[in-house]
Design a protein around this ligand. Sequence first.
Ligand SMILES: [Zn+2]
Length: 816
Amino acid sequence: MVAMAMSMAVAANAATKSSAHGYPITPVPFTSVKVLDNSFWGQRLETSRRVTIPLAFSRCETEGRYKNFERATHPSKDYDIEKLMPFSFDDTDPYKTIEGASYILQTYPDKKLKAYIDSVLDIIGAAQEPDGYLYTARTQNPWHPHPWSGDKRWVAEEDLSHELYNLGHMVEGAVAHWQATGSRKFLDIAIRYADCVVREVGPKAGQACVVPGHQIAEMALCKLYLATGNRKYLDEARFFLDYRGKTSIKQEYSQSHIPVVEQSEAVGHAVRAAYMYAGMADVAALTGDSAYIKAIDRIWDNIVSKKIYITGGIGATSNGEAFGPNYYLPNMSAYCETCAAIGNVYVNYRLFLLHGESKYFDVLERTLYNGLISGVSMDGGGFFYPNPLESMGQHQRQAWFGCACCPSNICRFLPSLPGYVYAVNGRNVYVNLFLANHSELNVAGRKVALSQETQYPWNGDIAIRVGKNTAGRFAMKIRIPGWVKGQPLPSDLYSYTDGKRLGYTLTVNGKAVDPATTPDGYCTIDRQWKNGDVVRVHFDMEVRTVRANNKVEADRGQVSIERGPIVYCAEWKDNDFNVMNSLINQAPSFSLSTMSYDPFIADSLKTRLSLYKAQKLTTLSTQAQTLAFDAQGQLTTKAVSMNLIPYFAWAHRGRGNMKVWIAQDVKAARPATQASLASEATIASSSPSPTLMSIADGLVPADEADRSMPYFHWWPKQGGTQWITYTFKERKEVKSATVYWFDDQPWGGCKVPQSWKVQYKDVQNQWQDVAADGPYPVRKGQACTISFAPVTTAAVRLMVGQPEKYSCGLFEWIVK
Ligand SMILES: [Zn+2]
């Protein structure tokens, strides 16, 4: 089973023999591709194996994930499920971690790990109800299940129960475990639950006619169909797609606003969306139904031309963790969930398998090297949920999250990465990613050994060696990346300011070959290959500046900087000036240096890891200015040398400013302003938080929908009175206060306050209310100003009455 030619990402090839349909292009499974240890990805795979996956398992223990399964074996009315289980999808954390660990097992056999997974599966299996239903949010206490679960099976599925989301991750984990170990232990559990779903959920009389509230079961059931050959799973996946938009809940949030084949724009929750598009591709490939493909092609076009960040991140807004309107790509508030980046890889990979064009890998590669791996620290022990492109230090990697979707998704994605390097279609061999590896491919039923030597992404030289070849003649199709061909992405959303196509060359055994590409984007070398043949690929790698389409308001007048597939950022730690106030030269030149990984690896993890020591980051520096207004209001500039690091390496060395898009036009620059009463004060609050400083940063929202600047809130503290104080260095006269309230209704937990007032410290150090000129105004997203009889005081205090069951927050508190 171990060497079974069924990729974890898409098991298309297993079907091609037994059915008329399947993806035209066959994946080369990750088990056939051994990434070399001392390489960029070798280091990432080591962190995954030695840090992330063990950490995820230990979190499953300490966060009570296994306890949910244990309690489900003896249900009780006494269990307060909401307290015991924060989210109705908590069971998926173990499923996803087992999936990642299974991939690891295939490359690094480990008896202890295998036995540990077995013991977890004992706990999981025992929680299954006799008819196969496995959903501990209900089974633990069917009388009072989790508040999201609904009072009966499936009734809340399209809302928040996640019963089918749990099924999806269970199946994905189970198939991976079966492939890795040959054991049917997890697979049989998943089949029992899938059979229960097929019996109870569907369009027939007596069935619950519901579709998944959170997609993933669509692609998982395709995998289960391929693993078992049982067509009913494919039919169920198809039902989930065909009935979307035709059942009770119709909303963009879950892409159920209209039937999927009628959709043309990426909308709603970005992870749900990406998983659905991936599922549509799978069902289309397996059934030959082209209506799905036409819809995903349209949606893909919408994403790459209007809704994707330069980092490959998708999902612009925290408002529903969703795609925003076309060209809405704010940087500091960019959501770009790590899971959505993973979903974006899934979608683009499947579209490549369908269409065979290199442009899908251009999107995939950009996402992979930037907005995806930024989601996990270089030592594997810290995670980002959102991956913003600008920060004032309010974003920090965390060791885990209450909602652990992203870390556990990283667990299952990274070990599967080697499966994305090659693909085969008849006698065509695709070389899609450049990374050091040894591999064995199946070409027209014969074995072909291939290996790559390269320092990519740090330089553009790749040697591809042919080893033992029993297939004779085949066409090696080498992807010429979009960044070489002068296109950051296959659309007009971004463009290189130099307008250049970079040079590149290919040789076979030292002899130049025609580098021209075919319309599919590949350079094809079709010949009789012998053991020892070497293809050398060279891509010129230059530092380039990128401009966004002018319709992207957030990036106007600014450039992002990249080299090869890597997007760079300016971070506080490498610069002795505030990067927020900087302006890059009109025609910047760049110099390259390297930096060791050492400062990016937590001391506590250094003993567990060894491969980082041989790795180096390529860093950049360039000439820039910092801008500031002096006391007379005159703009002053200072020449500085700006240092840049790869975006994925940000937020490893403490809190501070970071920027991907750097101002190049004066009008886009943000000169430092003169200090204000607030910015010079010591700020304290009833809830200490690193974001507290943002209320005195001079940045205010443009309107009530604008959430692009940093803010502070008291969430999850609800109701009651909260406070903030400004303590001045010396007594100051104060006579007015202006607050910009933060309100993220209808999605979030913050509302404008029920009431608020300003107090000052009198000479006896007692807080007194100011004598306000009128009622305190409460308006969303606008200046709420109150004037009062002047006071001379050492401190002022903002008293905030929070609405019942809601929290309050603010962008800015200005005092004058
Ligand atoms: Zn996530």
